[in-house]
Ligand binder design. Structure first.
Ligand code: AVI
Length: 324
């Protein structure tokens, strides 16, 4: 299975990203070839993901935004005012203002590994919420992180929207949820809370269409990984011979993205030779889907107690509030 996690950028003398090269070489040497999904997100990949959130078949972003828009009053009642909202992997989220507008936070702490992006997003939010103290933190959200001194004594609300948790295998997801709990623990006083998006198990045709849209935007997102490998790792992978594949894996309750060889191919990456038979695939992403029970179990296994759950009108997506 594809490994995940966000790594700090690690450049060698040639300017080649060492972690990228070693992940790709290791992943292609396996029987089931697999490349960790985090490498999908270079600048072009991040833009393509933004485009995916706009396509008709990709319902999660719309469904989660609907919940945040419609249930603001209920969030406010369940969470209460005066918390520091800590957003994990904040990026350029359009969902954040909806939450901040609802819960009367005492501070906002966006946490992201992409520093420039982070500071720009923080500036934009500052314009929208002029009285809200904002403390951006440039960090890898996969690890326990120290938060700024200014929010040390405030009770925290962690925010992890988008069902990004679904891109991790359960073991990694639990590591992350545990380290979030440690990051959010106040020096004293009120227990932290976590508001987390989890996409739901549903009709297979709907799930597969969401990851294989008719306009081919998700396919481009997947192909972009190969373009990146060819460009950055002196590779010769014949993109034309690969087909984008999105398929539901019922045993693991996840949609998997693969690239499938349409004919036998051989290619080189960073001086190493690889081959694929017709029908072989490179596994590029997992997107786990949850039931009420499986979502609760994941949280409980990580030391979080689920206390409320909201769905969109069509029942496609959930936002869960949990307490440490
Ligand atoms: C970022 N993540 C939650 C997306 C998902 O739905 O798993 C990534 C994605 N991959 C293909 N389409 C969207």
């Amino acid at each position: 299975a594809a490994r995940e996690g966000i790594a700090l950028v690690d450049l060698d003398d040639d300017g080649v990203n060492r972690a990228f090269r070693s992940d790709v070489l290791q992943g292609l040497a396996q029987d089931q070839k697999a490349i960790p999904a985090r490498w999908l997100y270079d600048d072009a990949g991040s833009q393509l993901f933004e485009d995916i959130t706009q396509v008709e078949e990709y319902y999660p972003t719309r469904a989660e935004t609907e919940i945040l828009t419609a249930r603001g009053g209920e969030f406010a009642a369940a969470i209460g005012p005066g918390r520091a909202v800590v957003e994990f992997g904040s990026g350029s989220s359009v969902k954040t203002p909806l939450l901040l507008g609802a819960v009367e936070p005492a501070a906002y702490v966006p946490l992201d590994i992409a520093g420039d992006f982070l500071r720009e997003a923080a500036r934009a939010l500052g314009g929208q919420f002029p009285n809200l103290p904002i403390y951006p933190v440039e960090a890898d959200f996969m690890r326990e992180t120290s938060l700024p001194e200014e929010v040390a004594s405030l009770p925290k609300l962690g925010f992890f929207p988008g069902s990004t948790i679904g891109n991790m295998v359960p073991r990694t997801a639990i590591d992350l949820l545990r380290s979030m709990r440690l990051t959010l623990q106040a020096d004293h006083g009120v227990q932290p809370m976590l508001l987390i998006g989890m996409d739901l198990v549903k009709d297979v045709a709907v799930l597969e269409a969401a990851y294989d849209d008719a306009a081919g935007v998700t396919a481009e997102f997947n192909y972009n990984l190969i373009r990146r490998i060819n460009r950055e790792l002196e590779a010769t992978i014949p993109l034309d011979a690969l087909r984008h594949l999105a398929r539901w894996n019922n045993d693991y309750a996840r949609v998997e993205m693969h690239l499938e060889a349409q004919e036998p191919i051989t290619f080189e990456v960073a001086g190493k030779r690889f081959e694929m038979a017709k029908g072989d695939t490179i596994h590029t992403e997992n997107s786990h889907k949850f039931t009420e029970r499986s979502g609760n179990l994941l949280l409980q296994a990580s030391g979080w107690s689920p206390i409320r759950r909201w769905l969109d009108e069509a029942g496609q997506f959930s936002l869960i509030l949990a307490e440490a």
